[in-house]
Design a protein. Sequence first.
Length: 579
Amino acid sequence: NLPDGTFKGDEFVVEFAWKNAAGETVKTFEPQLLKADELKAAWFTVPATALLAHPILKPELVVWQGGLRRVFSEGLWPLSLHANRSVEFRWVKQSLRDKLSPFRSKLAVSGPAADGTFEVSGTCESAEELRSVEVLDGPDTVYLYDPAAPKRDADGSLAVRILWQGLPWNNGDCPSGFIRLKNAPNAVFTKGRMRNADLSDGAIVFKKASIKHWMMDAYVDIPASDIAAAEFDIDLPPYFVGNVTAKALIEKDIYSFPAVGGMNLVFRRWLAARKLTPPCGGERAEFSFRMKPSTPDSILRVQAIDEKFRVYAGSAYSFFKPSDKMVKVKAFERDLETIGTAVVDANRVTPFEYVFGPERGGVVAAGPYLGLGGILCGYAPLVSGYGSAESGDGNVILDCAVDGKMKGWPKTVPEYVKEADGTWSLKFADCSFVTLPQQVVPEYVGFDMELEVNPDDVQRRQGLFTTGHAYFNLGIEKGRVFAYLFTRNGYFHPGMHAATTVWGSKIAPGVWSKVRVVWDRKTCRVDVNGEKGEPVKVSGDLFYARPSALGTLGNNDSFFAGRMRRVRVGIADIDEVGK
């Protein structure tokens, strides 16, 4: 309560509850008292594991003033909970007086269509003029309402976003040439952020363009009639040379050309918002658009702002699909500093796996969801579409691991190798690495990571996986595999170890080995080829979630040499408890 004299002398009894998507009450709390003349906060806290079974939770706040009862629920920001990966860290502070009301919204999702897209439609109605209406997938805005074009992607056309980015010290690598779209006479190019290229005669023209860590982009809109034959011709020797068709982008969503010095040229089917729209005006918005969720449990939310800048959080929709079994999981409760348990649907803790192959060029996919995808030697936002404002712009090594004075620095791209059994692996040498997105390793829940590796040498210190020195590392040194964990609770408590190194069994050079790390938030061990390592007591939450990388520890003498063909991350210590 912020006292301003409005209710002088009054008292308020405040009640709070969480409700699920169906409107059923999940958790209630004891009422609390606030006095109108006293600055005070009422806190309602609950362990996260007590709520984890529910993908979406809606707040309900009831304020009693004498015999008057006011209920605040619609329009407050809904909570989304993800068991093993959450990139939505935020405080939601919303003055009840500044809530847009009355307001109604509806959101409907149908699909998927043959091309994997979902059709999203919605309506919003307000008593005030609307300034903006948007739909978010987690932290990312995937749709902004434009009254001039309320039905986006309805004509079967294809929008392609072309992006290019490199390491910050890239001064000598300046390609010249063009990106031209063939067999699409009705396509339209649009400038994005283009400091080092220009548009000319239906092509993007580069003249000694210095490609650094500032992401540059352009857009191409291809009408439905041109899609079947449309093809991008890339002639930027010696770094980017090749072709990619419009049909391939519909089938695969994305294709990347990686090059020396961490450079990447990416072609993405673009189904998200492209730019800010002008204030939409009017008191009603009706819209539809196509999209693909960024993760299997993506949650859509409607958010509206009126001309007085009052905010309304509207309808929510979860792509989560329940299974026929329930499992028990353990997670670290940060505020309580204890291990909590939760019984959740098995699909809430679905593992994801990276299997390497050249079908998307330099993009390393984890199933059909680009929000989990990685990229050879590049920046995770090139794949996921968001996160470029985070530390390192989505590249955990950025400028601390590679620089132009290093021996072998041009070799930043690992090579695809076809193995004897027909599977693909990645061959790492010199300074090559793969960038993966945030929280490949979960921050709070126990995890089970498995890699298949074939190292050239096992004595030198080298990295298999890193998320930076204040999180989790996995590497090889002196013939053994080790895991390094940096926990937040240890950092903030004097006398406790923040950094813990767990050593595993010996590993041999020149042969394939399975490396496995299991941390159930109580003990951690490292196994090699089924030989279990010694468990080490370590509990807590990992300190600083950043983008991840394969093939390095994040410094310039730790790059992996050898091959890698599979990375799988699941949840540790899962017990099936029935249907």
